[in-house]
Ligand binder design. Structure first.
Ligand SMILES: Nc1ncnc2c1ncn2[C@@H]1O[C@H](COP(=O)(O)OP(=O)(O)O)[C@@H](O)[C@H]1O
Ligand SMILES: [Mg+2]
Length: 241
């Protein structure tokens, strides 16, 4: 289980994420939605240790990740797939994936298994393993970003708008891959701006506005809620923290 207790996070002195507490059960898929600038990416960064100032507690099965460096957090099983993918363009698919394996336990023995698992998940990457990542389509680069995260055999995947800018067919392909992963017991936190993607895919939805969690609701209930139109409206307003 991943439990956040009163998490604050910021880059400089101005607070961004303010007092966020949430629980995600092992194997659960939850959504984190909210307008642009609400602090969704910053909250993921607070969990993965990549935001400079963070306070509170982030407990993974009772172990507090807050005092740890990001590479130690990866080694414990929490991996972020960053917004905008950030693949290394001049490197091959295979080498991009290899970079994701540095924190892999028992690396010598497990490495081939991890490659096999990622290539089984995304057969397109297997075909293109020697292609430079910069020459891949946006969807294929997203597959590399997710595949790279999977190379360290994580327990929790933090996905920051993985479907952004992708064609419906590729969105479906990636959604199916994520479905496979959660079928294997992976815990997923999905940041997503589009309710029609976030709600059907997740069990619970967290709504963040101006750095704070304002609503946590069962995704199916939210989909059927008469307040959904109101929520759409709130999410369409840019929220500078
Ligand atoms: N690297 C950064 N340095 C300084 N401020 C940042 C940085 N990244 C984001 N912010 C600020 O933090 C706030 C929340 O941003 P972000 O977490 O990216 O929101 P979201 O992911 O919900 O769109 C915004 O006001 C944004 O300008
Ligand atoms: Mg963001």
């Amino acid at each position: 289980m991943l439990e956040l207790i009163h998490v604050n996070a910021s880059y400089h002195s101005a607070p961004v994420v303010q007092g966020v507490s949430m629980r995600v059960e092992t194997g659960e898929t939850v959504a984190l939605i909210g307008p642009n600038g609400a602090g969704k990416s910053t909250l993921l960064g607070a969990i993965s240790g990549t935001v400079p100032q963070r306070h509170g507690q982030v407990l993974l099965d009772g172990v507090d990740l807050m005092p740890l460096y990001s590479h130690d957090i990866v080694a414990l099983g929490v991996v972020q797939v960053p917004e905008g993918r950030h693949v290394f363009a001049p490197m091959t698919v295979q080498d991009n994936l290899l970079l994701g394996s540095v924190a892999l336990k028992d690396r010598q023995r497990s490495l081939q298994d991890r490659f096999d698992a990622v290539y089984a998940l995304f057969p397109r990457l297997a075909e293109r393993r020697l292609q430079l990542a910069g020459t891949l389509s946006g969807g294929e680069q997203q597959m590399v970003a997710i595949g790279r995260a999977m190379m360290s055999k994580p327990k929790v995947l933090l996905l920051d708008e993985p479907f952004l800018g992708l064609a419906p067919k590729v969105v479906e392909e990636i959604r199916q891959a994520l479905n496979t992963l959660r079928g294997e017991g992976l815990t997923l936190i999905l940041v997503e701006q589009k309710l029609d993607i976030a709600l059907p895919f997740t069990r619970r939805t967290h709504v963040m506005i101006k750095g704070q969690l304002v609503l946590v609701e069962n995704s199916t209930d939210l989909m059927n809620s008469p307040d959904l139109g109101q929520l759409y409206f709130r999410l369409s307003q840019p929220a500078s923290v």
